[in-house]
Ligand binder design. Structure first.
Ligand code: DQQ
Length: 585
């Protein structure tokens, strides 16, 4: 090989060499800096919609959470990220670490397009801790002929708790779409689990083209590198379209503790979650995993399609769980996408936020649905507290809860229910979301709507209403929970869909609870201890900063009492900001 020394004549660079160096320098600036050396993370877009305690890079596009794990004392979160713009494209794996799941530091991008098998993008995937300690990541590569293939990376140095450098293995791609699998619907490998036969299993999201049936293809491996597809998928469902980001994991029948993904047995049920590309909604089923035949059968307690159970009935997609072996809990991450236009995202310079990580467990009473609650460490951000008891809410009342930073708050309230002897009959032909949308918070029924108005302007022209109504629907007494965005912003070019769902509720109880996390443009709501969750993305332009207010309200005919209300100002958390070195942590 020619050495540089030969290009120097009389101590100066030849013209040719200068050109080469200049070109190389330009390439380095233009190409490598933004991707390999990280973009300039200091250019933080400053808009009123930016959140203060949700996970959010300083600029550009973010979508799915990827490969979450706990490793050597640190939580890792990777995420789909466009280093170049606030719209989807050029996808790399962003990487951040945290000691508590709330305060984050950025690291170098973990996986970037570099090989023929991922040159068009490094898409979603999952981490697995082999033998409980060696992390590997499987991800989807968009290859040079636009096929989706599955690839593997391993840490360059597994003694580094930050796992800064990841190496693509020489065997990549390790799984390709063969035998009639459509290469444009073949992605998002799951965390692997070990069967009794000592072999690893993963799912890859797919659809069967002819009938538009979504399915979770099952692959098996002895060594994690060579994978064989099982003849039948682990599960499929008719006319559900492409299943993105499948997630499959065990939950304990009793208690709230999480389980390692390989756990199975009589005390365990399994959950299969899929993200429906057609609707951009997720649904999950709870069921039984028959290990001998590698088939998952959902219980008949909810629909196995787009009408099924959802983690969140608002904006929440491409979610992923992981088993936190440090605290023995299962944690759920989900992407909150925007409700404004692409032009607005470009103007504000960013798009996409991650929901607060939630502990997730099986509802021990019904065993037919999951319960979610923000990780307890969120409470470390609690600032000034307000506590009130027995606030009577007569019909038509709107009572301000003053003295709070209402744009950045955590609010918990319990409502004592009035007599339910004579409640409204809800239209049996409408589902929960349609019922919530009918008249939103402005409707008047016998019991409800009652709840909270958050991110409200003083004159209430802007407000996001999160509320309950009780009524009879299809001959059963039900509690409806709604998040009404119809007046969330005076802006007109944002999606103001009202969301809703019925809450699993035992009517022996006299009260119902609501917790709402307000973070400037996010309203993340947890009904009845996390049995129903609704996340909304809102863009107020009057109810911002000091001009945001919080109210209790009741528009129902019957009086309701807010028996306890606790609200906290929230301190801002440390968000991914810039490239850091280990010693800064
Ligand atoms: N996002 C990724 C895909 C996944 C989709 C691409 C879900 O891997 O299917 O950014 O939002």
């Amino acid at each position: 090989m020619q050495s540089n020394i030969f290009l120097i004549v009389n101590g100066t660079l030849t013209m040719e060499t200068q050109k080469v160096f200049a070109l190389a320098y330009l390439c380095w600036i233009a190409c490598l800096l933004p991707v390999i050396c990280q973009e300039d993370f200091n250019t933080v877009g400053s808009t009123v919609e930016r959140t203060a305690y949700h996970f959010q890079p300083p600029k550009n596009w973010m979508n799915d959470p990827n490969g979450p794990m706990f490793y050597k004392g640190l939580y890792h979160l990777f995420y789909q990220y466009n280093p170049k713009a606030a719209v989807w494209g050029n996808i790399v794996w962003g990487h951040a670490v945290s000691k508590d799941l709330i305060n984050w530091k950025s690291l170098e991008f973990a996986i970037i397009p570099s090989e023929w098998y991922d040159i068009k993008g490094c898409w979603s995937g999952s981490a697995t801790l082999l033998s409980g300690e060696n992390p590997v990541i499987l991800y989807t590569g968009w290859d040079n002929s636009s096929r989706q293939v599955q690839n593997m990376v391993v840490p360059q140095n597994s003694s580094d708790p930050y796992l800064r450098k990841w190496m693509k293995i020489p065997e990549n791609p390790i799984i390709v779409p063969d035998n009639g699998i459509n290469g444009s619907s073949f992605r998002d490998p799951t965390t692997a689990w070990l069967g009794k036969d000592g072999r690893w299993r993963i799912l890859v999201g797919n659809k069967e083209d002819q009938h538009h049936n979504g399915r979770a293809l099952l692959y098996i491996s002895k060594d994690f590198v060579h994978w064989t597809k099982k003849k039948h998928p682990l599960h499929s469902s008719k006319k559900t379209g492409m299943w993105e980001c499948p997630d499959f994991y065990p939950v304990a029948k009793l208690g709230k503790l999480g389980l390692d993904t390989s756990t199975n047995g009589p005390d365990v049920k399994h959950v299969l979650k899929v993200s429906l590309d057609d609707t951009k909604y997720e649904y999950y089923t709870v069921g039984t995993y028959f290990t001998g035949i590698d088939i998952y059968v959902p219980d008949n307690t909810s629909a196995d399609n787009k009408y099924g159970l959802r983690y969140d009935y608002g904006k929440f997609y491409a979610s992923k769980t992981f088993f936190d072996n440090h605290k023995k809990r299962r944690i759920l991450w989900g992407w909150i996408n925007e409700s404004d236009s692409m032009q607005d995202d470009i103007a504000k310079g960013w798009s996409g936020v991650q929901a607060i990580p939630r502990t997730i467990w099986l509802d021990n009473a019904s065993k037919s649905q999951l319960v979610q609650w923000p990780v307890s460490k969120l409470e470390s951000l609690h600032g000034h507290k307000i506590y009130k008891e027995n606030i009577n809410l007569d019909t038509g009342s709107t009572i301000e809860i003053a003295g709070l930073t209402a744009a950045q708050a955590d609010v918990e309230v319990s409502f004592n229910l009035p007599s339910l002897a004579d409640v409204e009959k809800m239209d049996a032909n409408l589902d929960a979301q349609q019922l919530c949308s009918q008249d939103g918070a402005a409707t008047k029924t016998i019991v409800g709507p009652f709840g909270l108005l958050v991110l409200a302007s003083k004159d209430l022209a802007e407000q996001t209403a999160v509320f309950f109504r009780v009524g009879v629907h299809q001959n059963k007494m039900k509690v409806l929970m709604c998040s009404d965005q119809s007046r969330s912003s005076l802006k007109t070019d944002v999606d103001k869909t009202t969301y809703g769902s019925f809450v699993s509720f035992s009517f022996n109880q006299k009260s119902i609870s609501l917790r709402v996390l307000v973070d400037h443009s996010i309203v993340e709501s947890f009904g009845e201890g996390g049995k129903t969750c609704i996340t909304a993305r809102v863009y107020p332009n009057q109810a911002i900063g000091e001009d945001a207010h919080l109210y209790l309200f009741n528009n129902g005919v019957s009086s309701v009492t807010a028996s306890k209300l606790t609200a906290w100002d929230m301190v801002s958390s440390q968000q991914p900001s810039h490239t850091i070195r280990a010693y800064e942590l």
